[in-house]
Design a protein around this ligand. Structure first.
Ligand SMILES: Cc1cc2nc3c(=O)[nH]c(=O)nc-3n(C[C@H](O)[C@H](O)[C@H](O)COP(=O)(O)OP(=O)(O)OC[C@H]3O[C@@H](n4cnc5c(N)ncnc54)[C@H](O)[C@@H]3O)c2cc1C
Length: 422
């Protein structure tokens, strides 16, 4: 019997929200098994109204709720199971912070992202740029098998051997092809890491960004580094730099260039469980994060781009800039191996605004013209043209062919619909 939560149910207030939006869905369906996910999809289609798929509800897209439609909430499918020495099976509704804590006693870890509140389902169907990304690749790069409910109501196994085309598509454009009900990963053995945190005063933002980029690129691939910048007249920056391993002598050598960057006003480093790296609040969702984001990928933080980013940050329309390292093991993967095809860029750049959309768009555009593609999980704007930024032409063409086979009626179009034409 499907658990249906409708307006008037005492639980409704807890399930109508996601991180970035408050919706008024007509029904929230909470399946407790993969079989019930099949029933939930049939229910949503019979209802005839729009439906949304929710795993962690922490999507920047804020599309995991709606008004008047159905939400298929996978939050109850949150299991974390160890299948053999390094293989783990995760439910889509598990949160990455909980996954990291569950894996640590087994001596395992999976690089996900900087937020432990993010759900497995949303991140593992798009990419996963994490704080061990340069060492171990994107999250999807360690995915070895998944179960996906496709539009015909059948749940299929996808892997390198089984439905390989669909396996390719799930790793970058998963939401276009169905509802993933379980994921199997080969976890890394980097259960403990060296985590460093830095604070910088940044009077010359352009110069700082260029130096930061060169420092990250010159680092050994055990290093992944995320930079968070506040805008305004006196820019400041904080950074989390992770060395994937516990060789403290090697980590000290690798971290030294970061400690020598201009403007350091605070720093600390410690050996810690990787499980303590992603910030995990477990805060209930109330639509609390209403910010707008734009995002792009770049090969280098060269001076031309750094100058434009500095101008953008001084203009008042952008409150925060996040620069996450990619590269390393992420770029070892051939660009046609997964639907996430951005395998030469070294950084993901994301601007965040709490102001007016038009001013934000105008501030972002000069920087984006110097960028090369984007990672869809950091973009809050779903204009059709972004599909061409998220997927290069050959990837998009293949995705459209597969979409015609696996979702011919266009059921799964909510999240960067690959059939959208600008
Ligand atoms: C504070 C914060 C920090 C972040 N940091 C990082 C980071 O460091 N690295 C990174 O890579 N990303 C990061 N992200 C982005 C994050 O990976 C995406 O927003 C992701 O989609 C959230 O996953 P979720 O399951 O919580 O999302 P939800 O809101 O539940 O889902 C978002 C959408 O994904 C699709 N989806 C969800 N589950 C499934 C499923 N099981 N099958 C098919 N499609 C599904 C649906 O279209 C759904 O609407 C961050 C996001 C936030 C809010």
């Amino acid at each position: 019997m499907l658990d249906l939560i409708r307006p008037g149910d005492a639980r409704y207030a807890r399930v109508r929200h996601v991180y970035g939006a408050t919706g008024s869905p007509g029904a929230v369906v909470r399946p407790t098994s993969p079989e019930e996910v099949t029933e939930a999809l049939a229910f949503a289609r019979d209802a005839g109204s729009p439906f949304a798929v929710r795993s962690g509800g922490h999507g920047i897209s804020s599309i995991a709720t709606n008004d008047g439609g159905t939400v298929i909430d996978l939050g109850a499918l949150a299991s974390v199971d160890r299948l053999d020495a390094r293989t783990v099976r995760l439910g889509p509704g598990a949160h990455w912070g909980h996954v990291a804590r569950a894996l640590h006693p087994w001596g395992l870890a999976i690089s996900s992202g900087d937020s432990g509140d993010v759900g497995v389902g949303g991140l593992a169907t798009t990419g996963g740029i994490g704080l061990m990304g340069r060492a171990h690749g994107l999250t999807i790069d360690s995915l070895v098998r998944a179960e996906i409910l496709t539009a015909d109501g059948i749940t299929r196994t996808v892997s390198a051997q089984e439905n390989p085309d669909l396996f390719w598509a799930v790793r970058g454009a998963g939401a276009n092809f169905g509802i993933v009900t379980s994921f199997e990963f080969t976890a890394s053995t980097s259960a403990d890491v060296v985590q460093a945190q830095f604070a910088f005063a940044v009077p010359d933002l352009a110069g700082f960004l260029e130096t930061w980029g060169a420092t990250v690129e010159a680092s050994p691939r055990e290093i992944s580094a995320f930079l968070y910048l506040g805008g305004g007249a006196q820019p400041f920056a904080q950074a989390t730099v992770v060395y994937a391993g516990t060789d403290t002598a090697a980590a000290t050598r690798a971290l030294e260039p970061f400690a020598s960057l201009p403007g350091v006003v605070g720093q600390r480093a410690q050996v810690t469980a990787y499980a303590d790296v992603p910030l995990t609040t477990d805060a209930p969702h109330s639509g609390q994060q209403r910010a707008l984001t734009h995002t792009g990928l770049v090969d280098h933080l060269d001076l031309a781009l750094s100058r434009r980013l500095a101008v953008m940050m001084s203009g008042g329309a952008v409150q925060m800039l996040q620069i996450r390292s990619a590269g390393g093991a992420i770029n070892d993967v051939p660009e046609d191996a997964t639907a996430y095809a951005h395998r030469h860029q070294n950084f993901s750049v994301t601007a965040i605004s709490v102001g007016a959309r038009a001013a934000f768009d105008a501030a972002w555009e000069p920087s984006f013209t110097l960028m090369d593609g984007m990672y869809l999980s950091f973009e809050s704007d779903h204009a059709p043209r972004h599909v061409e930024d998220a997927f290069p032409p050959r990837t998009l063409a293949r995705l459209r062919e597969l979409k015609a086979i696996w979702d011919p009626d266009g059921i799964f179009t909510q999240n960067f619909d690959v059939t959208a034409r600008p």
